[in-house]
Write a protein that binds this ligand. Structure first.
Ligand SMILES: *Cc1c(COP(=O)(O)O)cnc(C)c1O
Length: 237
């Protein structure tokens, strides 16, 4: 077992959660924004279920998973609480059925085929599946996400299905974290909202860059390491 998987006590998780909320609050103040506009997604990939349950008991209700097989096992063993599940990992066509049936959000939609599959596989008795389109804003070849120019067609397709709900866009920042990338995302978000008023989610910012992301309008930050991993194992500010 690597050190990053060493379980934290509830008290340690509480401290980590409070620290993140504090960072979000300070970043919001710095950006002259209301903290109420910004929500926190706990990224729980590779984290034990017990850790997630502790975090849930501390008030964290939304969790992001990247792998369907891992999510399946966790969801099977955790049916007692109304957790808000977000799928944020690379999407394969043969996994859409499970995701359409067991998640409330999918943030990594980046091609048309996935949209029609998710729409046809979403059970009719369930609320519409919330969708963010992932944009490969840094144009790195190893990364998922569509090109910025492809957003409009994909958005239109999502909006055409009554059991999908277009909520916004998602990006994974590059290591260099160029400010032009954040700027472009902010601009795309604003244009998308102008065209689709229900769009309210700019999902951007992780442990290392949540402050910058909030400065550029992020409404949802996705935090893994700084919540779950021992702090000394991560970047030292
Ligand atoms: C792992 C992951 C995160 C969390 O990153 P941390 O640096 O651990 O905060 C956020 N978003 C996506 C899509 C991820 O895969």
């Amino acid at each position: 077992m690597t050190e990053s998987l060493a379980p934290k006590s509830t008290q340690q998780l509480k401290t980590a959660l409070e620290r993140i909320h504090k960072r979000i609050q300070q970043a919001a103040e710095h950006a002259n924004r209301s903290v109420d506009e910004i929500s926190l997604l706990a990224v729980s990939k590779k984290q034990p279920l017990q850790q997630m349950k502790k975090l849930y008991s501390l008030g964290q209700g939304a969790f992001g998973e990247s792998y369907t097989s891992e999510a399946k096992e966790k969801q099977y063993n955790w049916k007692t609480d109304p957790v808000e599940w977000h799928f944020i990992g690379p999407l394969q066509s043969n996994k859409t059925q499970y995701i359409a049936e067991h998640f409330q959000w999918v943030q990594s939609v980046d091609r048309a085929k996935l949209i029609s599959r998710l729409a046809s596989q979403r059970p009719p008795q369930q609320a519409p599946l919330n969708i963010c389109i992932q944009i490969n804003i840094s144009a790195e070849t190893n990364k998922g996400g569509c090109r910025p120019g492809e957003l409009w067609d994909l958005a239109q397709q999502v909006a055409s299905h009554s059991n999908l709900r277009l909520r916004g866009i998602m990006s994974i920042g590059s290591k260099q974290a160029e400010s032009s990338e954040y700027q472009q995302m902010q601009q795309l978000f604003s244009l998308l909202h102008a065209r689709y008023p229900q769009v309210d989610t700019l999902s951007m910012g992780m442990s290392a860059d949540l402050e910058t992301a909030i400065d550029y309008g992020a409404t949802l930050v996705r935090i893994g390491n700084d919540l779950f991993a021992p702090r000394e194992n991560h970047h030292c500010a």
